[in-house]
Design a protein around this ligand. Structure first.
Ligand SMILES: NC(=O)c1ccc[n+]([C@@H]2O[C@H](COP(=O)([O-])OP(=O)(O)OC[C@H]3O[C@@H](n4cnc5c(N)ncnc54)[C@H](OP(=O)(O)O)[C@@H]3O)[C@@H](O)[C@H]2O)c1
Length: 239
């Protein structure tokens, strides 16, 4: 009876994670969404009877703390086996390294980096992570130095900077969590270029293809995979 916790589930990749995982009645799912007052029609349509929809704005520390309290009540002693940090933003894609908006950069760091950092930290403090928890932080090919070097012209400077920072966060989490949870595995994921609001209609993959690939990777993780950077296809992404 595995327990999954997924952020950013009202649309996009997070929604597709819930849709696929809800097909097994054995899965308990904590489906987090920035706000429970936004339109949750799609999420409710895919949710199973073991799916719990909870508010968690990963850009707001107070909201993450409240979410952890609610999650603890629902889990009633159970722990999270899979934490899928999918929520993310790319609000200022037109900015280059020569025109970064300070507020836009800070907002991306708050949501894309501090969000997964504090979600893990507060869940650990509340003793809600299983001792062999699998944590997937959703990165991007644009978080890879190598992949960005190959892009001419470069793309999405602020977003890339935040995903590169998320990569380094994950390396630290993969080491630091071992002290309390020796079997924990933290990985980064590049979902490919996927047709969502962020990926756009011109993207190559459907959410279904990307998520089924990612779930295969996540379900096959072993301890020696700690701190690896995967592509949804199962290949590794160069740093
Ligand atoms: N699609 C791609 O091609 C692609 C490629 C590489 C990486 N990614 C990464 O994959 C992840 C999911 O992207 P996507 O394509 O599904 O994007 P999306 O369609 O724009 O959906 C983003 C999701 O994140 C949520 N979110 C944004 N800010 C949040 C916050 N502060 N707290 C909680 N939830 C928040 C959104 O909720 P609201 O509706 O409330 O804003 C929405 O559910 C992101 O981390 C993204 O960087 C996507």
């Amino acid at each position: 009876m595995p327990v999954y916790c997924i952020t950013g589930t009202n649309r996009g990749l997070g929604l597709e994670f819930v849709r696929q995982l809800a097909q097994s009645a054995d899965n308990t799912i904590l489906a987090c969404t920035r706000s429970v007052s936004s339109d949750l029609t799609d999420l409710k349509a895919v949710a199973s009877s073991s799916t719990h929809i909870l508010a968690c704005d990963v850009g707001d520390l107070g909201s993450i703390r409240e979410f952890v309290k609610e999650a603890a009540k629902i889990l009633a002693g159970k722990k999270i086996d899979f934490l899928l940090n999918s929520a993310g933003i790319n609000p200022a894609g037109w900015q280059s390294s020569l025109s970064l908006g300070p507020d836009d950069v800070l907002t991306q760091i708050r949501v894309n980096v501090l969000g997964p950092a504090k979600t893990v930290e507060f869940l650990l403090q509340a003793d809600r992570l299983a001792k062999d928890v699998r944590i997937m932080n959703m990165s991007s090919g644009l978080g890879s130095m190598q992949r960005s070097l190959e892009l001419k012209p470069r793309k999405f400077a602020g977003y890339s900077i935040s995903k590169a920072a998320l990569n380094m966060l994950s390396i630290h989490q993969a080491g630091d969590l071992k002290e309390n949870l020796p079997g924990a595995v933290v990985i980064l994921m590049d979902p490919g270029w996927v047709k969502t609001r962020m990926g756009g209609e011109g993207a190559i993959l459907t959410p279904e293809e990307s998520i089924s690939g990612m779930l295969k990777v996540v379900h096959g993780l072993k301890e020696e995979d700690n701190a690896k950077f995967y592509h949804y296809s199962g290949k590794q992404v160069p740093w």
